[in-house]
Design a protein around this ligand. Structure first.
Ligand code: UDP
Length: 234
């Protein structure tokens, strides 16, 4: 059983079948699972993505300034953070949203020591606004926060149940890695996370488990230490 985890939830995951925005039924299911984990005494911090609303890189392609687009992307992660907060609190678990971009009326500012204090008190901490900087991703924010709060592991919830030699949706005989190193991910050019996030984890020996959030009960399984998904080590 892990004591302190950093769970990365992508925006896409929250959109579930809808492709855009937030799927109300799915977010409540996810919140139920997170609350269940928090009740066991495990400390849960979450980094949410924003791809279900806005992605900087994609907008740049239609001639938008990258920095402006990234600012919009980061704000979209705050929308998800508040939705997740609302859903988890409905389960009777105390939460705090901490934003990397100051917006005092909506969320606490990110202060590392305060985040750790919240976790020690059993509150689920949701980190919004990524790293607060353009040209980064929320995967990089997840790697960074995991290191800052000294999480035991980075848990990346996706729609695929691990890392494969090729995209299993396109290549039917793709093989799943039970374990893999960050170096192998880079060498094989596997699209697991962007290279900034991979290097951060690699250089600081932060282990990561990639697993599917589509299957109910998986968040609890992975926190308990069951071998699901793919494990990445330095
Ligand atoms: N973003 C950013 N800096 C960060 C994190 C995110 O500028 O530190 C912006 C970026 O435009 C990104 C968007 O926020 O495309 C949404 O985040 P991401 O694409 O990582 O979300 P996910 O794919 O996890 O839903």
């Amino acid at each position: 059983m892990f004591k302190r985890v950093l769970l990365k939830v992508s925006g896409e995951a929250l959109a579930a079948g809808r492709g855009f925005g937030i799927d109300a039924i799915f977010i409540h299911k996810v919140a139920e699972e997170i609350a269940q984990v928090a009740r066991t005494g495990a400390q849960v911090a979450i980094v949410v993505g924003g791809g279900n609303f806005f992605r900087g890189v994609a907008e740049q392609a239609i001639d938008m300034d990258r920095v402006a687009a990234d600012h919009m992307g980061m704000l979209s992660t705050v929308i998800n953070a508040i939705a997740l907060q609302d859903a988890i609190e409905k389960q009777g678990i105390a939460t705090r949203v901490m934003s990397a971009i100051a917006m005092h009326e909506v969320a606490e500012p990110y202060i590392r020591r305060r985040a750790i204090r919240h976790l020690e008190k059993g509150r689920v901490v949701i980190f919004g606004a990524g790293t607060g900087n353009p040209y980064f991703s929320t995967d990089t924010a997840a790697a960074l926060r995991a290191m800052e709060i000294k999480a035991d592991v980075l848990l990346k919830a996706t729609s695929v149940d691990g890392i494969y030699t090729a995209d299993p949706k396109k290549v039917p005989d793709a093989v799943k890695f039970q374990t893999i190193t960050y170096m192998e991910i880079l060498k094989l050019g596997l699209k697991v996370m962007d290279t900034t996030a991979v290097s951060l984890c690699k250089d600081n020996s932060m282990p990561m488990i990639i697993f599917s959030m589509r299957e109910e009960g998986n968040i609890m399984r992975v926190v308990k230490g069951e071998t699901i998904g793919s494990m990445v080590t330095a």
